[in-house]
Design a binder for this molecule. Structure first.
Ligand SMILES: [Zn+2]
Length: 147
């Protein structure tokens, strides 16, 4: 198996380490980079699985994209699409919910669409989730052309 980032062939130890942690094949260098990202941003593991699912579908996603105000789990710049993974421990207070809605509103004003995806969907329906996001990206691009 090869690293999904650099296509380098993996040694046995490397493969196991990344697969156990993230269920994606990565070389030591790229696993370490991902470990750092997760530590800094508290990135849910499902965001990583979705990121690589989209990458393999030629969508060119960005992981932990800084939009000027906060870090977005996944962004697809050519469609101005932000994807946030909802996790079980995201039990929102109403203050958090309104701040979240305001964030969505500001993003929308800047031409960005924000979608939230439950982490369980990524876990159990990764391929379908990727297919639907591809559809959303195509839909956004078609609408932008129409304006
Ligand atoms: Zn690599």
């Amino acid at each position: 198996m090869n690293c999904l980032e650099c296509q380098k062939e993996l040694k046995d130890g490397e493969l196991n380490e990344a697969l156990v942690a993230y269920q994606v094949p990565l070389c030591s260098k790229h696993k370490k980079r991902l470990d750092g990202l997760i530590k800094d941003h508290n990135t849910p593991v499902e965001a990583i699985q979705l990121y690589y699912g989209l990458k393999q579908a030629d969508i060119s996603p960005m992981l932990e994209w800084w939009n000027g105000k906060r870090s977005v789990d996944i962004a697809i710049s050519r469609a101005k699409l932000n994807i946030i993974i909802d996790t079980e421990y995201d039990q929102m207070t109403h203050e958090e919910a309104i701040s979240d809605l305001e964030h969505t509103m500001h993003s929308f004003k800047n031409g960005f669409t924000t979608i939230r995806i439950p982490h369980t969907l990524v876990k159990h329906y990764l391929l379908e989730t990727v297919q639907n996001i591809i559809g959303i990206v195509e839909g956004i691009k078609a609408n932008v052309r129409a304006i």
